[in-house]
Write a protein that binds this ligand. Structure first.
Ligand code: PEP
Ligand code: MN
Length: 277
């Protein structure tokens, strides 16, 4: 249960208690701490992934993110390493005692993804892919359900209900920015959504300031806002050499800045009465 620092918040109508989702021994999303899930947009090779994993572990992080099956807007862009990417993720995560989150792109490869991951990510483009939602609803793994970039909060919550309708209620929501009239940033981080989900539902809510902004120089600001709005976790892209990243290099934070990022997140977290893991 979230420890609210502001006593009056308990009195607000509709303030619900978040039901934490356990994603590994001692890792609870939606509990007292804020969970940082970090890693590259795409798993590109073993060395690249291992570098990120080593840094996460060194700083006390618990969860490694990385895409193996990538939902790319253009078919000419890098599409991910597929099974090889899943194998790399699992190998390096196990070496450093980390948990894995990776995206399942379709029903076809779901069982393969489940074999290698600890959390199944449903991407923004798939938020209303109902057969996939039903399939993960039958899985025995927690789900990170990203918000469709053109979906309302109501549609997003109904997508979560589709998953629950098949039995799996271990759902973490993730606000990753929505499409608005604004083009200066890739998406618009809907901070309202974070606060609203937190106050009116029992789902843990995370934020992805990388996709929400699309610009490395804005990711920290998005992260600060998300934590201040009550986010239970952050999903953030890091790369040892963003200029060479095979996907989403513009929004990747340099790996050398991960320690600084965590410190800054910790500072805001503490203002909310929460530590970062
Ligand atoms: C990702 O996390 O790499 C990703 C593709 O995100 P989204 O589905 O939010 O675009
Ligand atoms: Mn990405």
């Amino acid at each position: 249960m979230i420890q609210k620092t502001m006593e009056w918040a308990k009195e607000l109508p509709h303030t619900a208690h978040t039901q934490a989702v356990t994603i590994g021994q001692g890792v609870m999303v939606g509990g007292p701490t804020i969970t940082l899930m970090a890693g590259p947009c795409s798993v590109e090779n073993y060395e690249q992934t291992r570098l990120v994993a080593a840094e996460i572990a060194r700083l006390g992080g618990r969860v490694l993110r990385g895409g193996a099956y990538k939902p790319r807007t253009s078919p000419h862009s890098f599409q991910g390493l597929g099974r090889e990417g899943l194998e790399i993720l699992r190998t390096v995560a196990d070496e450093f005692g980390l948990l894995v989150i990776t995206e399942a792109l379709g029903v076809e490869n779901l069982s393969e993804v489940i074999e290698f991951t600890d959390i199944i990510q449903i991407g923004s483009r798939n938020m209303q892919h109902y057969p996939l939602l039903w399939a993960v609803g039958e899985a025995d793994k927690p789900i990170l359900l990203k918000r469709g970039f053109m979906s309302t909060i109501d549609e997003w919550l109904k997508a979560a209900e589709h998953v629950i309708s098949r039995g799996n209620d271990r759902i973490i929501l993730c606000e990753r920015g929505i499409r608005t009239f604004e083009t200066a940033t890739r998406n618009t981080l809907d901070v309202n959504a974070i606060a609203l989900i937190k106050q009116t539902t029992s789902f843990p809510i995370m934020a992805d300031p990388s996709h929400a902004t699309g610009r490395a120089d804005l990711v920290m600001a998005g992260a600060r806002a998300a934590i201040a709005a009550g986010a239970d976790g952050l999903l953030v892209e890091f790369h040892h050499n963003p200029a060479e990243a095979l996907s989403d290099g513009d929004q990747a934070l340099p790996l050398v800045t991960m320690a600084q990022f965590r410190e800054e997140a910790e500072r805001i977290g503490q203002a909310m009465g929460r530590n970062i893991i």
